[in-house]
Design a protein around this ligand. Structure first.
Ligand code: F6R
Length: 608
């Protein structure tokens, strides 16, 4: 959610912080602020509601001096995105920026106000600055004051602190929200993730939950929650984070859609050895003979990857699959059995609900596998088995290439499960692997349909509402298509299993409703076409996403046909996802919405 940056030891901290915040703006973008401390200890701050460019403008009229400082880009949880609620919050000598939610903030706030403090914002963060300032005012050294302050907090936090009168000191703390420390010869930094720190630092220390750190320009000390010093290894800056550039594309999302053939190929070549007809056990170290049930849990788009995977695991490996959105899974009374595998899917590897689900399963004695795109993320570090997607940094807030790489990874895993469990004969496994090997080419062909999809987007963009239908894995694609459309273009969109249509949603159909039907020519095609006819008979405007054989059979039942290359049914959901992404992208462009940073959203949802 929010982005955090801290710098110590710079000549001029504020421009550096601003630069790093730009790399973090995808985490939240409704307000921003920076506080800097000069060499003689004077602290000053600038805050602005709206995007980072507003802060940049404000700083042009109000430059911040000093080589030490902290900055923040916010995704509001408590209090509207106003200047006054923007971080940093200041109490006495302490300035703080925060990512997460302090759940007991009301109690803390009341206690502070009862004892005479004046709080000026509506946030859950400001009490933290007051608590630390009080502890320091009572004479505690910084380490003791941090132990006391952090001990009073309930909820989740990534925190960075700077101090008036102490230009040589910054502090950071993490519990439930990611935070890293960046190391370079002359400066030290704090950042929500490696992307912010990569251009400026050589090495990164990932704080663990409960850690806090005290930084000077030449030293970083890390402590456990009780104040005991702990060693956390410094790691080289991951190479791929430096690739987070837009190139010649208008939006990150466009770049990320077009990158898919390449990143899918990279991901698949990590998992499959087509020549040998196998899925590499070294890449996917799961022996599915010993797994009696798979439980999959994730949020949003990653959940839809799990939905596709359920069909694959059941069909190819005859493996029972439980599937939950993580925000439900974490609070269910799950029934864990010893021979189950708990699988979590997440681009960021930091999503609060998915991480909480992972921890619940771990506490229940489950073996944990995580399909993650950020190899240094908390989920990657806490899982027993890490299944990386090699999509590279995904900056557009709406997930695209991470999703198709998740599907590629899960498809390879499902084939492995079929091989391990003997439900796939060698020739069948070979057929599925060959289909996967074709995927980058097929996705590249689907991307070339962009012009046709742009035309269809002109039908969808003016609509108030849209319906997405599909059966089997195409139902999951329909769900993803509806999510992409609503989050990017703000058009209300619903997805239904096509067979559910007549159980209620058909009442929505009239001659203004675009109905996007994902109907590849597979064993459910005839059933889906019947549902399409029911829509057609009621005047609905059908946009069918199909293949050449399907297009021939659908004929003029559809107002528009998006004709995908002929693909094996197994990989069809990956290929059919591309028109969903392009449709949402172009509808958003037509509607003039912010493609890479849609309203009210943020990437990496690290609060509950
Ligand atoms: C939608 C989207 C979100 C994420 C969800 C989970 O386009 O990006 O629905 O998929 O917030 O995020 P991760 O995968 O980081 O756990």
């Amino acid at each position: 959610m929010c982005g955090i940056v801290g710098v110590i030891g710079a000549e001029d901290a504020a421009p550096l912080i601003l630069d790093a915040l730009k790399r973090l703006e995808y985490r939240g973008y409704d307000s921003a602020g920076i506080a800097a401390v000069t060499a003689d200890g004077a602290m000053d701050r600038v805050r602005a509601s709206g995007k980072l460019r507003n802060l940049e403008k404000a700083m042009a009229g109000h430059p911040l001096a000093g080589g030490t400082g902290i900055g923040h880009t916010r995704w509001a949880t408590h209090g509207a995105p106003t200047d006054g609620n923007a971080h940093p919050h200041v109490a006495g000598r302490v300035a703080v920026v925060h990512n997460g939610i302090i759940e007991n903030f009301r109690e803390l706030r009341r206690a502070l106000e009862d004892s005479g403090a004046t709080l000026t914002s509506e946030t859950d963060t400001e009490p933290v600055a007051h608590l630390l300032d009080r502890a320091l005012g009572a004479g505690a050294d910084l380490r003791t004051a941090l132990v006391e302050t952090l001990g009073a907090l309930e909820g989740a936090y990534g925190l960075a602190f700077s101090f008036a009168g102490q230009p040589q000191t910054l502090a950071a703390a993490r519990f439930g929200s990611p935070l890293a420390i960046g190391l370079a010869d002359d400066i030290k930094m704090i950042g929500s993730d490696a992307i912010a720190l990569a251009p400026f630092c050589d090495e990164i220390i990932y704080l663990e939950d409960g850690d806090f750190a005290i930084l000077s320009a030449d030293k970083v000390e890390v402590f456990a929650k009780d104040g005991t010093p702990v060693e956390r290894p410094a790691q080289p800056v991951p190479m791929q984070v430096s690739l987070a550039e837009k190139g010649n594309y208008r939006h990150f999302m466009a770049k990320e859609i077009h990158e898919q053939p390449e990143v899918i190929a990279r991901t698949l070549s990590h998992y499959i050895d087509v020549g040998a007809g196998t899925v590499r056990s070294s890449a996917a170290p799961v022996d599915f003979r010993k797994v009696s049930r798979l439980s999959i849990s994730a949020c949003g788009t990653a959940y839809y990857a799990g939905l596709v995977a359920r069909y694959w695991f059941e069909r190819l490996a005859r493996l029972p699959v439980d599937l939950d959105v993580a925000s439900e899974y974490r609070y269910r009374s799950q029934l864990f059995a010893a021979d189950e595998l708990a699988l979590f899917i997440s681009q960021s590897g930091e999503t609060a609900d998915t991480l909480a689900g992972l921890r619940a399963a771990k506490a229940g004695g489950q073996t944990i596998a995580a399909v993650v795109n950020v190899p240094t993320s908390t989920m990657a570090r806490e899982a027993d088995i890490v299944l990386p997607t090699l999509a590279g940094p995904e900056i557009g807030v709406a997930s695209t290439k991470a999703f198709t790489c998740q599907l590629s990874t899960l498809a390879a895993l499902a084939v492995k499960a079929g091989i391990d469990r003997g439900t796939l004969a060698p020739f069948e496994a070979e057929g599925f692997l060959n289909a996967l090997a074709e995927l980058p080419r097929l996705v590249a062909e689907a991307v070339t349909l962009e012009h046709a999809i742009e035309r269809v987007a002109r039908i969808v963009a003016p609509a108030r509402s849209a319906l997405f239908l599909g059966r089997g894995t195409s139902f999951a694609v329909a769900m993803e298509g509806a999510l992409k459309l609503k989050e990017l273009s703000y058009i209300h969109a619903e997805a239904y299993a096509a067979g559910e249509l007549k159980h209620g949603p058909i009442a929505l159909v009239d001659d203004e409703l675009p109905v996007i039907v994902i109907a590849p020519y597979d064993d459910l095609f005839a059933k889906t076409v019947s549902n399409m006819q029911e829509v057609h008979a009621r005047g609905g405007r059908i946009i069918a996403v199909t293949d050449a054989r399907g297009a021939h059979a659908i004929g003029d039942t559809a107002e528009e046909l998006i004709v995908l290359p002929d693909v094996p049914a197994f990989v069809a959901p990956v290929v059919a996802t591309v028109p969903m992404q392009l449709l949402a992208y172009h509808a958003a462009i037509i509607n003039g919405t912010d493609v890479d940073q849609p309203r009210n959203l943020a990437k990496s949802v690290t609060v509950e």
